[in-house]
Design a protein around this ligand. Structure first.
Ligand code: PMP
Length: 443
Protein backbone atom coordinates (compact mmCIF):
# COMPACT_ATOMS: atom_id res chain seq x y z
CA UNK A 1 0.00 0.00 0.00
CA UNK A 2 3.00 2.34 -0.14
CA UNK A 3 3.12 5.09 -2.70
CA UNK A 4 5.86 4.37 -5.27
CA UNK A 5 8.88 6.64 -5.04
CA UNK A 6 8.47 7.88 -8.59
CA UNK A 7 5.13 9.52 -7.81
CA UNK A 8 6.59 11.64 -5.07
CA UNK A 9 7.62 15.21 -5.39
CA UNK A 10 11.38 15.07 -5.08
CA UNK A 11 11.98 18.60 -6.26
CA UNK A 12 10.91 20.46 -3.14
CA UNK A 13 13.72 21.35 -0.84
CA UNK A 14 12.57 19.74 2.39
CA UNK A 15 15.30 21.31 4.44
CA UNK A 16 14.45 24.87 3.39
CA UNK A 17 10.80 24.06 3.89
CA UNK A 18 11.47 22.86 7.40
CA UNK A 19 13.60 25.87 8.29
CA UNK A 20 10.88 28.20 7.04
CA UNK A 21 8.19 26.87 9.32
CA UNK A 22 10.03 25.54 12.37
CA UNK A 23 11.45 27.36 15.38
CA UNK A 24 15.24 27.48 15.45
CA UNK A 25 15.22 25.63 18.77
CA UNK A 26 13.63 22.60 17.10
CA UNK A 27 16.54 20.23 16.71
CA UNK A 28 17.42 18.28 13.63
CA UNK A 29 20.12 15.79 12.82
CA UNK A 30 23.05 16.28 10.40
CA UNK A 31 24.27 19.30 8.46
CA UNK A 32 22.68 18.12 5.24
CA UNK A 33 20.13 15.55 6.31
CA UNK A 34 18.86 12.79 4.10
CA UNK A 35 15.14 12.64 3.52
CA UNK A 36 13.79 9.48 5.08
CA UNK A 37 11.08 7.76 3.13
CA UNK A 38 10.35 4.57 5.02
CA UNK A 39 11.59 2.20 7.67
CA UNK A 40 11.63 -1.53 8.26
CA UNK A 41 12.86 -3.20 11.44
CA UNK A 42 16.18 -1.46 12.25
CA UNK A 43 16.61 -0.06 8.75
CA UNK A 44 15.76 3.34 7.29
CA UNK A 45 15.47 4.07 3.58
CA UNK A 46 15.87 7.55 2.08
CA UNK A 47 14.21 9.02 -0.99
CA UNK A 48 17.13 8.00 -3.18
CA UNK A 49 16.68 4.38 -2.15
CA UNK A 50 19.73 4.25 0.11
CA UNK A 51 19.33 2.26 3.27
CA UNK A 52 20.83 2.89 6.69
CA UNK A 53 21.09 0.87 9.87
CA UNK A 54 19.22 2.93 12.46
CA UNK A 55 21.34 2.87 15.60
CA UNK A 56 19.49 5.63 17.43
CA UNK A 57 15.78 4.98 17.44
CA UNK A 58 14.85 3.88 20.93
CA UNK A 59 11.21 4.79 20.36
CA UNK A 60 10.67 2.17 17.68
CA UNK A 61 11.72 -0.61 20.03
CA UNK A 62 10.11 -3.28 17.85
CA UNK A 63 11.62 -1.68 14.78
CA UNK A 64 10.03 0.41 12.08
CA UNK A 65 6.87 -0.60 10.24
CA UNK A 66 5.86 -3.30 12.71
CA UNK A 67 2.83 -5.16 11.30
CA UNK A 68 1.45 -6.05 14.75
CA UNK A 69 1.33 -2.38 15.70
CA UNK A 70 -0.15 -1.43 12.33
CA UNK A 71 -2.90 -4.05 12.68
CA UNK A 72 -3.68 -3.02 16.25
CA UNK A 73 -3.99 0.63 15.25
CA UNK A 74 -6.07 -0.08 12.20
CA UNK A 75 -8.57 -2.40 13.82
CA UNK A 76 -8.97 -0.39 17.02
CA UNK A 77 -9.47 3.00 15.42
CA UNK A 78 -12.26 1.54 13.30
CA UNK A 79 -13.94 0.10 16.38
CA UNK A 80 -13.55 2.67 19.16
CA UNK A 81 -11.36 5.49 20.30
CA UNK A 82 -12.53 7.61 23.19
CA UNK A 83 -11.36 9.00 26.50
CA UNK A 84 -10.61 7.17 29.69
CA UNK A 85 -13.68 8.43 31.57
CA UNK A 86 -15.64 5.73 29.76
CA UNK A 87 -15.51 2.09 30.68
CA UNK A 88 -13.77 -0.10 28.09
CA UNK A 89 -11.74 -3.24 28.32
CA UNK A 90 -8.47 -2.13 26.73
CA UNK A 91 -7.54 0.28 29.53
CA UNK A 92 -7.64 -2.27 32.32
CA UNK A 93 -6.13 -4.97 30.12
CA UNK A 94 -3.14 -2.85 29.16
CA UNK A 95 -2.63 -1.56 32.70
CA UNK A 96 -2.64 -5.14 34.04
CA UNK A 97 -0.19 -6.20 31.35
CA UNK A 98 2.17 -3.37 32.34
CA UNK A 99 1.95 -4.25 36.03
CA UNK A 100 2.74 -7.87 35.18
CA UNK A 101 6.07 -6.67 33.79
CA UNK A 102 7.17 -5.46 37.25
CA UNK A 103 8.99 -7.77 39.61
CA UNK A 104 6.51 -9.52 41.93
CA UNK A 105 5.74 -8.15 45.36
CA UNK A 106 6.90 -4.60 44.70
CA UNK A 107 3.67 -2.90 45.76
CA UNK A 108 3.68 -1.08 42.43
CA UNK A 109 0.06 -1.79 41.61
CA UNK A 110 -1.40 1.35 40.03
CA UNK A 111 -1.07 2.77 36.52
CA UNK A 112 -1.76 6.29 35.20
CA UNK A 113 -1.50 6.61 31.44
CA UNK A 114 -0.43 9.77 29.62
CA UNK A 115 1.06 10.50 26.19
CA UNK A 116 4.78 11.15 26.52
CA UNK A 117 7.84 10.89 28.70
CA UNK A 118 7.73 14.54 29.72
CA UNK A 119 4.19 14.13 30.93
CA UNK A 120 5.10 10.95 32.77
CA UNK A 121 7.96 12.67 34.62
CA UNK A 122 5.80 15.71 35.30
CA UNK A 123 3.09 13.52 36.78
CA UNK A 124 5.61 11.50 38.80
CA UNK A 125 6.87 14.73 40.39
CA UNK A 126 3.34 15.89 41.14
CA UNK A 127 2.50 12.55 42.70
CA UNK A 128 5.57 12.66 44.92
CA UNK A 129 4.84 16.20 46.05
CA UNK A 130 1.18 15.37 46.73
CA UNK A 131 2.02 12.18 48.64
CA UNK A 132 4.71 13.73 50.84
CA UNK A 133 3.24 17.20 51.23
CA UNK A 134 6.74 18.47 50.44
CA UNK A 135 8.12 20.32 47.44
CA UNK A 136 11.84 19.58 47.05
CA UNK A 137 12.95 17.33 44.22
CA UNK A 138 16.55 16.17 43.97
CA UNK A 139 17.82 15.46 40.46
CA UNK A 140 21.27 14.47 39.23
CA UNK A 141 23.48 16.78 37.24
CA UNK A 142 23.68 16.17 33.45
CA UNK A 143 20.22 14.60 33.28
CA UNK A 144 17.44 15.00 30.72
CA UNK A 145 13.87 14.39 31.87
CA UNK A 146 11.64 16.27 29.42
CA UNK A 147 10.43 19.59 28.11
CA UNK A 148 7.35 20.48 30.19
CA UNK A 149 7.85 23.14 32.87
CA UNK A 150 8.32 20.61 35.67
CA UNK A 151 10.28 17.95 33.76
CA UNK A 152 12.49 20.71 32.33
CA UNK A 153 13.07 22.06 35.82
CA UNK A 154 14.71 18.74 36.74
CA UNK A 155 16.54 18.59 33.40
CA UNK A 156 19.98 19.55 34.60
CA UNK A 157 21.95 18.92 31.44
CA UNK A 158 23.65 22.16 30.46
CA UNK A 159 23.70 20.89 26.89
CA UNK A 160 19.91 20.57 26.74
CA UNK A 161 19.23 23.59 28.91
CA UNK A 162 22.01 26.22 29.01
CA UNK A 163 20.31 27.85 31.99
CA UNK A 164 20.27 24.49 33.76
CA UNK A 165 22.28 25.48 36.73
CA UNK A 166 21.02 29.04 37.04
CA UNK A 167 17.45 30.24 37.30
CA UNK A 168 16.35 26.86 38.52
CA UNK A 169 13.13 26.86 40.55
CA UNK A 170 13.91 26.66 44.26
CA UNK A 171 12.09 23.35 44.62
CA UNK A 172 14.83 21.62 42.63
CA UNK A 173 18.13 20.57 44.14
CA UNK A 174 20.87 19.30 41.84
CA UNK A 175 23.11 16.54 43.20
CA UNK A 176 26.45 15.45 41.79
CA UNK A 177 26.41 13.02 38.87
CA UNK A 178 27.98 9.70 39.91
CA UNK A 179 30.15 9.18 36.85
CA UNK A 180 33.08 6.99 37.82
CA UNK A 181 34.88 7.71 34.55
CA UNK A 182 35.12 11.48 34.66
CA UNK A 183 33.29 12.67 37.78
CA UNK A 184 34.32 13.85 41.25
CA UNK A 185 35.25 10.30 42.29
CA UNK A 186 36.79 7.89 39.81
CA UNK A 187 37.66 4.26 39.98
CA UNK A 188 37.30 0.78 38.58
CA UNK A 189 33.98 -1.01 38.29
CA UNK A 190 34.98 -3.28 41.17
CA UNK A 191 35.81 -0.35 43.48
CA UNK A 192 32.78 -0.12 45.75
CA UNK A 193 34.08 3.00 47.48
CA UNK A 194 33.23 5.09 44.40
CA UNK A 195 29.49 4.55 44.81
CA UNK A 196 29.79 4.93 48.57
CA UNK A 197 31.53 8.29 48.28
CA UNK A 198 28.96 9.69 45.86
CA UNK A 199 26.15 8.38 48.06
CA UNK A 200 27.72 9.93 51.16
CA UNK A 201 27.86 13.33 49.43
CA UNK A 202 24.25 12.86 48.40
CA UNK A 203 23.40 12.16 52.05
CA UNK A 204 25.14 15.39 53.07
CA UNK A 205 22.97 17.24 50.54
CA UNK A 206 19.85 15.75 52.14
CA UNK A 207 20.97 16.86 55.59
CA UNK A 208 21.61 20.39 54.32
CA UNK A 209 18.22 20.50 52.62
CA UNK A 210 16.56 19.40 55.85
CA UNK A 211 18.40 22.09 57.81
CA UNK A 212 17.14 24.67 55.31
CA UNK A 213 13.55 23.49 55.81
CA UNK A 214 13.53 21.95 52.33
CA UNK A 215 12.97 18.29 53.19
CA UNK A 216 13.10 16.05 50.16
CA UNK A 217 9.83 15.05 48.49
CA UNK A 218 11.55 12.84 45.93
CA UNK A 219 14.71 11.91 44.16
CA UNK A 220 14.45 11.42 40.41
CA UNK A 221 17.05 9.76 38.22
CA UNK A 222 17.56 7.43 35.30
CA UNK A 223 18.59 3.97 36.47
CA UNK A 224 21.39 4.13 33.90
CA UNK A 225 22.59 7.65 33.01
CA UNK A 226 21.12 7.82 29.52
CA UNK A 227 21.84 11.41 28.66
CA UNK A 228 25.45 10.99 29.75
CA UNK A 229 25.77 8.17 27.21
CA UNK A 230 24.51 5.10 29.02
CA UNK A 231 26.88 5.44 31.96
CA UNK A 232 26.16 2.66 34.44
CA UNK A 233 25.75 3.77 38.04
CA UNK A 234 28.60 2.80 40.35
CA UNK A 235 28.12 -0.44 42.24
CA UNK A 236 25.95 0.06 45.32
CA UNK A 237 25.16 3.72 44.58
CA UNK A 238 21.44 3.55 43.85
CA UNK A 239 20.58 1.24 46.76
CA UNK A 240 22.52 3.49 49.13
CA UNK A 241 20.92 6.69 47.83
CA UNK A 242 17.40 5.21 47.82
CA UNK A 243 17.88 4.21 51.47
CA UNK A 244 19.03 7.72 52.38
CA UNK A 245 16.11 9.36 50.55
CA UNK A 246 13.63 7.09 52.30
CA UNK A 247 15.24 7.63 55.68
CA UNK A 248 14.70 11.36 55.07
CA UNK A 249 11.01 10.70 54.33
CA UNK A 250 11.27 11.10 50.55
CA UNK A 251 10.21 8.96 47.60
CA UNK A 252 12.31 7.49 44.81
CA UNK A 253 11.37 8.02 41.16
CA UNK A 254 12.96 5.91 38.43
CA UNK A 255 12.83 7.56 35.01
CA UNK A 256 12.76 4.48 32.77
CA UNK A 257 11.76 6.37 29.62
CA UNK A 258 15.02 5.49 27.89
CA UNK A 259 16.63 2.62 29.73
CA UNK A 260 13.63 0.54 30.72
CA UNK A 261 11.46 -1.78 28.66
CA UNK A 262 13.97 -4.51 27.88
CA UNK A 263 16.67 -2.29 26.43
CA UNK A 264 19.36 -3.44 28.84
CA UNK A 265 18.77 -7.09 27.96
CA UNK A 266 19.70 -8.50 31.35
CA UNK A 267 16.58 -7.01 32.93
CA UNK A 268 13.34 -5.46 31.74
CA UNK A 269 13.76 -2.38 33.98
CA UNK A 270 16.90 -0.37 34.54
CA UNK A 271 16.36 -0.22 38.30
CA UNK A 272 16.59 -4.01 38.51
CA UNK A 273 20.26 -3.70 37.60
CA UNK A 274 20.81 -1.99 40.95
CA UNK A 275 18.56 -4.33 42.93
CA UNK A 276 16.23 -1.53 44.02
CA UNK A 277 12.48 -0.93 43.80
CA UNK A 278 11.38 2.64 43.15
CA UNK A 279 8.19 4.19 44.55
CA UNK A 280 7.27 5.72 41.21
CA UNK A 281 8.30 4.69 37.69
CA UNK A 282 7.96 6.90 34.61
CA UNK A 283 7.82 5.26 31.19
CA UNK A 284 7.14 6.28 27.59
CA UNK A 285 9.14 6.09 24.33
CA UNK A 286 9.01 2.39 23.31
CA UNK A 287 5.61 1.74 24.94
CA UNK A 288 3.78 2.67 21.74
CA UNK A 289 6.61 1.97 19.27
CA UNK A 290 6.20 5.52 17.99
CA UNK A 291 2.55 5.98 18.81
CA UNK A 292 2.41 8.43 21.72
CA UNK A 293 2.00 6.50 24.94
CA UNK A 294 3.42 7.31 28.36
CA UNK A 295 2.70 6.22 31.88
CA UNK A 296 3.42 6.27 35.55
CA UNK A 297 3.41 3.18 37.71
CA UNK A 298 3.22 3.57 41.47
CA UNK A 299 1.45 2.29 44.56
CA UNK A 300 -2.22 2.97 45.20
CA UNK A 301 -1.37 4.98 48.33
CA UNK A 302 0.85 7.37 46.38
CA UNK A 303 -1.53 7.59 43.43
CA UNK A 304 -4.48 8.32 45.68
CA UNK A 305 -2.68 11.31 47.13
CA UNK A 306 -3.43 13.07 43.84
CA UNK A 307 -7.04 13.31 44.94
CA UNK A 308 -5.96 16.11 47.26
CA UNK A 309 -5.33 18.15 44.11
CA UNK A 310 -8.64 17.38 42.46
CA UNK A 311 -9.17 14.98 39.59
CA UNK A 312 -6.59 13.64 37.20
CA UNK A 313 -7.53 13.34 33.55
CA UNK A 314 -5.62 13.29 30.24
CA UNK A 315 -7.85 13.50 27.14
CA UNK A 316 -5.87 11.07 25.03
CA UNK A 317 -3.97 9.33 27.82
CA UNK A 318 -5.01 5.70 28.11
CA UNK A 319 -7.43 5.82 25.20
CA UNK A 320 -8.41 2.48 23.64
CA UNK A 321 -6.18 3.09 20.65
CA UNK A 322 -3.01 3.70 22.63
CA UNK A 323 -3.84 0.81 24.99
CA UNK A 324 -4.37 -1.57 22.07
CA UNK A 325 -1.05 -0.47 20.56
CA UNK A 326 0.63 -0.87 23.95
CA UNK A 327 -0.69 -4.42 24.23
CA UNK A 328 0.52 -5.21 20.70
CA UNK A 329 3.98 -3.93 21.66
CA UNK A 330 4.14 -6.14 24.75
CA UNK A 331 2.87 -9.12 22.72
CA UNK A 332 5.54 -8.61 20.09
CA UNK A 333 8.31 -8.19 22.65
CA UNK A 334 7.34 -11.53 24.15
CA UNK A 335 6.64 -13.40 20.90
CA UNK A 336 9.77 -12.16 19.13
CA UNK A 337 12.05 -12.77 22.12
CA UNK A 338 13.36 -9.24 21.87
CA UNK A 339 14.88 -8.94 25.33
CA UNK A 340 16.89 -12.08 24.63
CA UNK A 341 17.98 -10.61 21.30
CA UNK A 342 19.07 -7.45 23.11
CA UNK A 343 21.22 -9.44 25.51
CA UNK A 344 22.90 -11.42 22.70
CA UNK A 345 23.37 -8.75 20.05
CA UNK A 346 24.17 -6.10 22.68
CA UNK A 347 27.00 -8.22 24.01
CA UNK A 348 28.28 -8.86 20.49
CA UNK A 349 28.25 -5.14 19.78
CA UNK A 350 30.02 -4.17 23.01
CA UNK A 351 32.60 -6.92 22.55
CA UNK A 352 33.19 -5.64 19.02
CA UNK A 353 33.70 -2.07 20.27
CA UNK A 354 36.08 -3.32 22.96
CA UNK A 355 38.04 -5.06 20.24
CA UNK A 356 38.14 -1.84 18.17
CA UNK A 357 39.37 0.02 21.25
CA UNK A 358 42.51 -2.12 21.19
CA UNK A 359 43.39 -0.63 17.82
CA UNK A 360 41.87 2.85 18.01
CA UNK A 361 43.16 5.16 20.73
CA UNK A 362 40.27 7.56 20.32
CA UNK A 363 37.89 5.09 21.94
CA UNK A 364 37.78 5.79 25.65
CA UNK A 365 35.32 4.25 28.11
CA UNK A 366 32.64 2.02 26.63
CA UNK A 367 29.42 2.54 28.53
CA UNK A 368 26.09 0.85 28.82
CA UNK A 369 24.57 -2.56 28.58
CA UNK A 370 22.42 -4.49 26.14
CA UNK A 371 21.35 -2.19 23.34
CA UNK A 372 22.11 0.99 25.22
CA UNK A 373 25.77 1.44 24.46
CA UNK A 374 27.83 4.63 24.72
CA UNK A 375 31.17 4.80 22.95
CA UNK A 376 33.02 7.70 24.54
CA UNK A 377 35.59 9.32 22.27
CA UNK A 378 38.57 11.03 23.87
CA UNK A 379 41.76 12.70 22.65
CA UNK A 380 43.69 11.24 25.53
CA UNK A 381 42.68 8.30 27.67
CA UNK A 382 44.45 9.73 30.71
CA UNK A 383 43.16 13.30 30.62
CA UNK A 384 39.83 12.18 29.10
CA UNK A 385 39.85 15.30 26.91
CA UNK A 386 36.61 14.93 24.94
CA UNK A 387 36.92 14.32 21.20
CA UNK A 388 33.74 16.26 20.45
CA UNK A 389 34.52 17.62 16.98
CA UNK A 390 35.85 14.21 15.99
CA UNK A 391 32.68 12.54 17.25
CA UNK A 392 30.51 14.82 15.11
CA UNK A 393 32.66 14.20 12.01
CA UNK A 394 32.66 10.45 12.62
CA UNK A 395 28.85 10.48 12.76
CA UNK A 396 28.67 12.37 9.46
CA UNK A 397 31.05 9.88 7.81
CA UNK A 398 29.19 6.89 9.26
CA UNK A 399 26.01 8.26 7.77
CA UNK A 400 27.66 8.24 4.33
CA UNK A 401 28.56 4.62 4.97
CA UNK A 402 24.99 3.69 5.88
CA UNK A 403 24.95 3.93 9.67
CA UNK A 404 22.78 6.41 11.56
CA UNK A 405 24.40 7.14 14.90
CA UNK A 406 24.59 10.38 16.88
CA UNK A 407 26.35 11.93 19.83
CA UNK A 408 25.22 12.62 23.37
CA UNK A 409 26.51 13.85 26.76
CA UNK A 410 27.41 17.32 28.03
CA UNK A 411 30.50 17.15 25.87
CA UNK A 412 28.82 15.60 22.80
CA UNK A 413 31.65 13.11 22.62
CA UNK A 414 29.76 9.87 23.20
CA UNK A 415 28.38 7.87 20.29
CA UNK A 416 24.91 7.02 21.51
CA UNK A 417 23.92 3.56 20.39
CA UNK A 418 20.29 2.68 21.10
CA UNK A 419 18.82 0.97 18.06
CA UNK A 420 15.51 -0.85 17.74
CA UNK A 421 15.64 -4.02 19.82
CA UNK A 422 15.46 -6.07 16.63
CA UNK A 423 19.08 -5.30 15.70
CA UNK A 424 20.52 -8.42 14.12
CA UNK A 425 24.01 -9.84 14.59
CA UNK A 426 24.61 -9.19 10.90
CA UNK A 427 23.71 -5.51 11.22
CA UNK A 428 25.77 -5.16 14.40
CA UNK A 429 28.77 -6.57 12.52
CA UNK A 430 28.11 -4.18 9.64
CA UNK A 431 28.08 -1.21 12.01
CA UNK A 432 31.31 -2.35 13.69
CA UNK A 433 32.97 -2.76 10.29
CA UNK A 434 31.97 0.75 9.24
CA UNK A 435 33.19 2.23 12.52
CA UNK A 436 36.47 0.40 12.10
CA UNK A 437 36.75 1.76 8.57
CA UNK A 438 36.13 5.36 9.61
CA UNK A 439 38.53 5.15 12.53
CA UNK A 440 41.17 3.61 10.24
CA UNK A 441 40.74 5.85 7.18
CA UNK A 442 40.02 9.05 9.08
CA UNK A 443 36.98 11.26 8.88
N1 PMP B 1 12.96 11.14 30.35
C1 PMP B 1 14.02 10.71 29.68
C2 PMP B 1 15.08 9.94 30.39
C3 PMP B 1 14.15 10.97 28.31
O1 PMP B 1 15.22 10.53 27.65
C4 PMP B 1 13.13 11.68 27.65
C5 PMP B 1 13.19 11.98 26.16
N2 PMP B 1 14.41 11.99 25.58
C6 PMP B 1 12.05 12.13 28.39
C7 PMP B 1 11.98 11.81 29.74
C8 PMP B 1 10.94 12.91 27.76
O2 PMP B 1 10.19 12.13 26.91
P1 PMP B 1 9.31 12.75 25.72
O3 PMP B 1 10.25 13.26 24.69
O4 PMP B 1 8.48 11.59 25.27
O5 PMP B 1 8.46 13.83 26.30
Amino acid sequence: GLEPLSQRDESGDELARRERIFASAQERYYDSPMQIERGWRHHLVDTTGRSYVDMVNNVAGLGHGHPGVADALNSQIRRLNTNSRFLYRELAEYSERLLAMLPAGTGLDTVLLVNSGSEAVDLALRLAQAATGRKTIVALREAYHGWTMASDAVTTSAFDNPFALENRPDWVHVADVPNRFRGTYRGAESDRTVGQRYAADFGDDLVRLGAEGRDVAAFVCESVLGNAGGVLLPEGYLADVYARVRAAGGLCIADEVQVGFGRLGSSFWGFEESGVVPDIVSIAKPMGNGFPVGGVITSKAIADALASQGQFFSSAGGNPLSCRVGIAVLDAMRDEGLQQNVAEVGERLSAGVRELAERHEIIGPIHGKGLYVGVELVRDRQTMEPASAEAAAICERLRELGVVVLTTSERSNVLKVKPPLTLSAESADFVLAQLDRVLTEGW
